[in-house]
Design a protein around this ligand. Structure first.
Ligand code: FES
Length: 161
């Protein structure tokens, strides 16, 4: 991490205060300034706030307005709130990880896919909900995951019907 980035993080932390209560504001500000949050940024914020890196990472991936990057070509966001999970989201969650061989918050080694968890998207009525790039897909089941992924594999531009 270069000196300029470290200085930038130090300024933002100083502005909001180096405590856990300021974590979301700090991450939001850095996300706005940098475009996305790198692993290095997360590690540095965790160090300055004296928090576990895993905690900062989980907060960064939980909020849909924050981008943890760099990301893969296709970004899959999945709502992890209870209404979606109670409707079968847990199975979808697992199926996505199994199909791509990564966990939430990770990117596949070939740079094609990133899995991110989000909070409620306001679409609970059609949950479980998955967002692939900018496409919202409702009523997702574990059985539909291969078909959904294939749409994007077959259309490298990211478009889908
Ligand atoms: S709980 Fe999943 S969209 Fe609201």
């Amino acid at each position: 991490m270069n000196e300029e980035s470290i200085k930038q993080i130090a300024e933002v932390v100083a502005r909001y205060g180096a405590n856990q209560e300021s974590l979301v504001e700090i991450l939001s500000d850095l996300n706005a300034q940098l475009g996305y949050l790198t692993q290095e940024t997360i590690v540095e914020v965790a160090r300055r706030l004296n928090l576990p890196q895993s905690h900062v990472f989980s907060v960064a991936t939980f909020y849909s307005m924050l981008n943890v990057g760099p990301t893969g070509k296709h970004v899959i966001k999945m709502c992890e709130d209870a209404p979606c999970h109670l409707r079968g989201g847990q199975e979808v969650w697992q199926a996505l990880q199994d199909a791509l061989g990564i966990k939430f918050g990770e990117t596949t080694p070939d740079g094609q896919w990133t899995l991110q968890a989000t909070s409620c998207l306001g679409l609970c009525a059609v949950g479980p909900v998955v967002v692939v790039d900018d496409e919202v897909i409702g009523h997702v089941t574990a059985e539909r995951i291969p078909e959904i992924l294939a749409r994007y594999r077959d259309e490298p531009s990211g478009g889908a019907a």
